[in-house]
Design a protein around this ligand. Sequence first.
Ligand code: ADP
Ligand code: TRP
Length: 328
Amino acid sequence: MKRSLTGIRPSGNVHLGNYLGMIRPALARQDDYQCLYFLADMHTVNTLRDASLMRAYSYDLVACWLALGFDHKKHILYRQSDVPMVAELAWYLSCCTGMGFLEKAHAYKDALAQQREVNHGVFAYPVLMAADILMYDPDIVPVGKDQKQHVEMARDIAGSFNALFGDGCLKLPEPRVQQEVMAVPGLDGKKMSKSYGNEIPIFCDEKTLKKLVMSIKTDSTALEAPKKLEGTLVSDFFSLFATPEKFQDLSQRLAAGGLGWGHAKEELFEVINAEFREPRERYQRLRSDEPHLEKVLQDGAQRAFGIGFPVLNRVRKAVGFQASRYHF
Ligand code: ADP
Ligand code: TRP
């Protein structure tokens, strides 16, 4: 069976951008692919320096995947730091990755431009991300548009390694970006992101969700006036949650006049809330049982190790090392 792999950092509340751009399309692969999905906690050390928050966000994220329908028995859900041999693979990859190549990475360039802390971890981010991917021989990597460059860099890094140490040693995966989603806008119209504080968390309570949806920017056209839905922020969100028929219907009622943006946003709240009502309840239940979440992660790590270990040994052999005696 083909394999799908992706990761998300436990760095805060999961929001609609994460859900629509990556999580929903990744979940949709469960019938046709073996899915390896992981919490990219080693990538989070760069920005989150609070051990109890790191633990809390990690459990939030496992509960989130499970509540949204990830089948952890059929597939594999694990924490990056529980399979630390990935850092060893990252080292071999570092040794065939040029500085000039890494200087082109968006995340690094953004950190420089915004005068955020630029440490070696930020600079080497694409190498660790390449190791996350190449460790498990995946066929596809579902990510949001902003991560596509990193997956392409992983392919390039694999190409360099193969050219130096043996063709075919590392498998080149394909990025998969949900074309119709691309970049989900935030409440202010900019890309939705934790770093901009413009996000709608998927598991906030109903009241907060409504308040946030009602705060989406709209123009001040009078209630009676005809309005064009297409091209607005409300339309961007509505099209991602409602059926095409529902979308057409709202568009026609707005165009007829007499329907205000407030009403339209209430309808938007209803379609978003309908998608999250049941998962939200499951999430609360799952989140209150950390020992169960930990068990899911430990089981996932063991199975991920079973897939990654032969790949690591393939690489060690290509470099001229003995097989690893590392045990899980
Ligand atoms: P954030 O920008 O909030 O820190 P992350 O970098 O943790 O989000 O992103 C996790 C995943 O969600 C990535 O695959 C990313 O491409 C996707 N993603 C994040 N924000 C958006 C968005 N606004 N639209 C589409 N996909 C997104
Ligand atoms: N860089 C990704 C993000 O910020 C998270 C990530 C780390 C990842 N390693 C990965 C995604 C490997 C896909 C594959 O969202």
